[in-house]
Ligand binder design. Sequence first.
Ligand code: TXA
Ligand code: MG
Length: 342
Amino acid sequence: MNTRLLKADEEAILEAGELLRKGELVAFPTETVYGLGGDAFCAASSKKIYAAKGRPSDNPLIVHIAELSAAERLSPELPESFYTLAEAFWPGPLTMIVNKRPELPGETTGGLDTVAIRLPDHPVALAMIKAGGGYIAAPSANASGRPSPTLAEHVMEDLNGRIPLILDGGEVGIGVESTIVDLSEGKPMILRPGYITAEMLERVLKQPVGTDPALLRPGEGGRPKAPGMRYRHYAPKGSMQLVEGSSEAVVREICRRLSESGKRCGVLCTDETKESYRADAVISLGSRSDLSSVALSLYRALRELDDAGIEEIYSESFETEGFGMAVMNRMLKAAGYSVVKV
Ligand code: TXA
Ligand code: MG
């Protein structure tokens, strides 16, 4: 299949809509990462999504909508908390899990009786969802196991020849996937941390919000509830270790490991420390005081390390307060939870 990469103008979006209505797939920008969209009510489209990504079919897809009222066709019972959070955070990087209607194919929800719903904050995504019929199932548009795409070129790298169209909307805004909150069982529970934090949800809901304990330390907290959080995603080709401690101790430890290693080494660091390292690739994720820039650079940096043929990666770590929880969760997954404390 020939994959076309088109600037996301009005004409390209209409074409995307036609493809989606015919059951074909289209990759598109959102404010978090690029998504790989298909008609959520078409079981065959969902199957194509799994095939294109090489994704296990028990890992459910998020259904993207462009208007709040569309949620009623997905779920027979939307709790009050759903409307409260939608009003506060939609359009935006929040995905909510609720009970699903039987009409929504099990192929889309990985056989679960719940559905994840998201209304993204991106003009191209919203226009394309409308043009495509209003219900677009979309995982991140990476090949399974690769970092999520933050640029259309990343999608091309992973899915060239596997899908007919990529809408290019430039770089995304946030760079890590949406926060997922489960509203299907009593107490709201964060299954995947993102830009919208537990504190932000609690402030609006005026009730406690839990966080899946398996997210930062698997094994200690049991199995993550979101099936996708159980896989070793975001994995670079090289082996990766996070180094935790005071800034000076971390720099010293990484430099020691660099000098002892005979392999091609890469370092993920910050503007404050980048001059301290000599390695085959030294990538600053941004300033330590600006976590948003770190989040936005992370997946691109992991891809760059792969492209440079790096075999060993040493990375500085970050606080897990607020948005830091999402950033560290992705870094820990990339490192297969390998952490050195100094
Ligand atoms: O920011 C995002 O959410 C991006 C953009 C494209 O919107 N999408 C995204 O999709 O990250 P994906 O498929 O890469 O991640 C979806 C996650 C997976 O971990 C999946 O297991 C979980 O959501 N999930 C989906 N439906 C679920 C459900 N009903 N119950 C529990 N987890 C669910
Ligand atoms: Mg993904």
